[in-house]
Design a protein around this ligand. Structure first.
Ligand SMILES: *Cc1c(COP(=O)(O)O)cnc(C)c1O
Length: 406
């Protein structure tokens, strides 16, 4: 590592701090290239990526199948807007609907846009199908939720960092504690058009609800004629060992909200997937996106769907996840880790306060070549690409163990 290249990284960070809004606080690593589970910084130092772009990189960096699909599409057509048809759109919609066991797809780009789409669709469905009096629709959400950053979405966040200073807020949301069946039962009434939940709360610290909770959500929404909207943007597409986290409880929602890994770590692709009865309430002009469902996005997403259909990635997440959780469980009780949660290749690890903040632990891990992200002060979130090798995962856990015993 030369002096000159060290200055290079520091200079890039300084320039970033001078010219970019401070809405993030990145770890001080400057990535120059990546492959699979490995990142290489501008100084040539290698790191294991245990964040995987918050699950946008479930298939790792630059998976050859996804890069090939993108390159092939780049040489044909990349964007048409939805003003015209293009030849990848039908396959994208039908194959994604089939993967979800649903009938219709509405493509967007980012996760937050897909959540907004779900909210608009549920409200319109409420007025047209359920018969809720106009402008009276309510949507029940869970405390500790994370569904994105738009004005409406932060209106029902209870995280002050995400919400404060952005009012006035969009009305029409009722917040109940996550995992509390009785509270949900009490909150859903005649005006409730939907219950919107993450089946496992990611940003909140990989919180898995009590067994039976998702089945209760399904029962309550079905009984009261409200839609169950599962935000599987982070929990879906293989992360937990199943295509959807809802499957662990044998539950099928009325609507999936998808994003992150759907774009294969190459392009932003999100979607709402539901029945004809629900998505059928939208008419031309009622919703849209210039980039949503573009040919490049469809080409990459089609390859993602084909990869998920094989079941191979779900299988890896199950096997490596069992191994990861076994290894992490050995850290509990030694005084350094107070709790480990999660499912599949996804874990939230609560670090004892005497080891410092989650951020400090993440910085120490970075110095040992492992990149993670802290959340909510003292939780370390672990979500490696599903293509990670077992020895790479073992190496990362070893470094974690070393940091916690230092
Ligand atoms: C990341 C995330 C979103 C927002 O997705 P963006 O692409 O960042 O807009 C919404 N819901 C969940 C559960 C997420 O993890």
């Amino acid at each position: 590592m030369s002096e000159e290249s060290v200055d290079g990284a520091a200079a890039l960070i300084a320039a970033t701090e001078a010219h970019s809004a401070r809405n993030y606080h990145p770890l001080p690593v400057v990535v120059a290239s990546a492959e699979g589970s490995t990142l290489v910084d501008v100084e040539g130092r290698r790191y294991l990526d245990l964040l995987a772009g918050y699950s946008a990189l479930n298939f790792g960096h630059r998976h050859p199948r996804l890069i090939a699909a993108a390159k092939e599409q780049l040489d044909r057509v990349t964007l048409t807007s939805r003003a015209f048809h293009h030849d990848r759109f039908a396959a994208f919609c039908s194959e994604l609907a089939q993967l979800c066991g649903m009938e219709m797809v509405l493509p967007m780009n980012t996760g937050a846009e897909a959540v907004e789409t779900a909210i608009k669709t549920a409200r319109r469905w409420g007025y047209q199908v359920k018969g809720v009096p106009s402008d009276q629709a309510r949507i029940v959400v869970a405390g500790g939720n994370f569904h994105g950053r738009t004005t409406t979405v932060v209106s029902f966040s209870d995280d002050p960092d995400a919400r404060d200073g952005f009012g006035p807020y969009t009305p029409g949301f009722d917040v109940v504690p996550f995992g509390d069946e009785a509270a949900l039962e009490a909150a859903v009434d005649d005006r409730t058009v939907a219950v919107l939940l993450e089946p496992i709360q990611g940003e909140a610290g990989v919180l898995v609800p009590p067994a039976g909770y998702l089945a209760a959500v399904r029962r309550i929404t079905a009984e009261r004629g409200a839609l169950f909207i599962a935000d599987e943007i982070q929990s879906g597409l293989g992360r937990t060992g199943r295509t959807f986290a809802c499957e662990h409880e044998g539950v099928v929602p009325d609507m999936y909200v998808l994003g992150k890994a759907l774009g294969g770590g190459v392009v932003p692709v999100s979607a709402v997937v539901s029945s004809r009865a629900v998505l059928g309430v939208l008419s031309p002009g009622s919703h849209g996106s210039t980039f949503g469902g573009n040919p490049l996005a469809c080409a990459v997403a089609l390859e993602v769907i084909a990869m998920l259909r094989s079941g191979e990635y779900q299988q890896r997440a199950t096997e490596l996840g069992t191994h990861l959780h076994h290894e992490l469980s050995t850290l509990v009780g030694g005084g350094s880790v107070t709790a480990v949660r999660g499912r599949g290749l996804w874990a939230g690890v609560d670090v004892a306060p005497r080891f410092g903040t989650g951020r400090q632990v993440a910085e120490r891990l970075m110095q040992r070549g492992v990149l993670v992200k802290d959340t909510h002060g003292s939780t370390i979130r672990i979500a490696p690409p599903l293509v990670i090798e077992k020895d790479e995962l073992d190496e990362a856990v070893e470094q974690f163990r070393a940091v916690l015993s230092a």
